[in-house]
Design a protein around this ligand. Structure first.
Ligand SMILES: [Zn+2]
Ligand SMILES: [Zn+2]
Length: 139
């Protein structure tokens, strides 16, 4: 059973067949799927699941904090089940592949007091960009 499913069970989220399939599709490490990709995979398991249901379920999962929405410059939003482990993203500028990465040090601490403008800072999102090995080796 996936970590996400386990978490949803643990918090008593009503797991209908549709919701379960969406959670199953989002299971795993380095999973960052667009809503359309989630839908395409969900249909393989539950042919009658509609796009609207997938979109609504993703929205609810984001709302309850179990799935992160990752904005990737100009491309469709991705959905990331790794919501409980602080991490940053490394994105390939060639193909859009995304990896979860854990930079050394605390990104919050990296912002000096003088740069905080009196804000109480609670989070940081850092996006590293580059070319993945496949794109680097592409002629
Ligand atoms: Zn690439
Ligand atoms: Zn991620």
């Amino acid at each position: 059973m996936s970590d996400l499913l386990e978490r949803l069970r643990g918090r008593g989220w009503r797991l209908t067949a549709q919701r379960r399939v969406v959670a199953e599709v989002l299971d795993g490490e380095h999973v960052h799927l667009t809503a359309d990709e989630v839908h395409a995979r969900a249909v393989e398991r539950l042919p009658e699941i509609s796009r609207a249901t997938v979109y609504n379920t993703l929205g609810e999962l984001v709302c309850i904090g179990e799935v992160l929405e990752v904005a990737t410059d100009g491309r469709a939003k991705r959905y990331d089940p790794n919501a409980h482990h602080a991490h940053q993203h490394l994105i390939c500028s060639g193909c859009g592949a995304i990896r979860d990465v854990h930079p050394l040090g605390d990104p919050l601490a990296a912002l000096p007091e003088a740069e905080r403008f009196g804000f109480t800072v609670s989070g940081a999102e850092i996006t590293y960009r580059g070319l993945c090995p496949q794109c680097t080796n592409r002629p």
